[in-house]
Design a protein around this ligand. Structure first.
Ligand SMILES: [Zn+2]
Ligand SMILES: [Zn+2]
Length: 187
């Protein structure tokens, strides 16, 4: 029998959960509600959760035969830059998490694939990878300040919101076109 690996998780880390108080009988549950500071680098280049901002965990722990199942939601705030107009994005998010953490010494078929399932270390489990995945996977690589952001005029760089509907750099009046040709010829 392999020995359970020594725990290297720090129970003081905000996303490390101590399950000591969760009864080991399958079906037993405990609420997991906490507000923790967001870890660094939680997000993508254009949009992310500000480090240290509030992450709200509203979840439950359930004992199953293989380990502990964590399910619920994580919510918080996102800041970033609109991919079309570069305006600041500041909005809230809520994502679901559902993750099984197998007991360290659990060796049944469902839990033998190390990549597929989280492992507990003693009574501790680390929610950070699951929270990170849940948030990052929902973020757009090209975030927008609003779905219909019209972006910037490619000619003058002004936001289309601040321009009249008929804004154009085309000289539609042939007389203006003629004048422009005239001035071009002088150069
Ligand atoms: Zn925008
Ligand atoms: Zn323009």
């Amino acid at each position: 029998m392999p020995k359970s690996p020594q725990s290297h998780l720090d129970p003081r880390q905000p996303l490390v959960v101590d399950t000591t108080k969760l009864p080991r009988q399958p079906g037993a549950t405990r609420a997991l509600n906490r507000v923790v500071p967001a870890p660094a680098d939680l997000g993508l280049e254009m949009i992310s959760v500000p480090v240290g901002s509030d992450l709200t965990l509203d979840a439950s722990l359930t004992s199953v035969s293989e380990g502990v199942y964590v399910s619920g939601t994580v919510s918080g705030s996102l800041t970033g830059e609109c991919g079309r107009c570069l305006n600041e994005i500041d909005k809230s998010f809520e994502v679901s998490i559902a993750e099984l953490f197998a007991y360290a010494d659990s060796t049944t078929e469902e839990t033998t694939d190390e990549d597929e399932v989280g492992r507990m270390q003693g009574d501790l489990l680390d929610l950070e990878p699951a929270v990170r995945d849940a948030i990052v996977l929902t973020l757009p690589t090209n975030p927008l300040c609003r779905p219909d952001c019209p972006g910037l005029c490619p000619e003058c760089g002004v936001h289309f919101d601040e321009l009249p509907a008929d804004h154009s750099h085309e000289e539609v009046d042939p007389r203006w076109a003629a004048l422009r040709n005239l001035s071009n010829n002088k150069e």
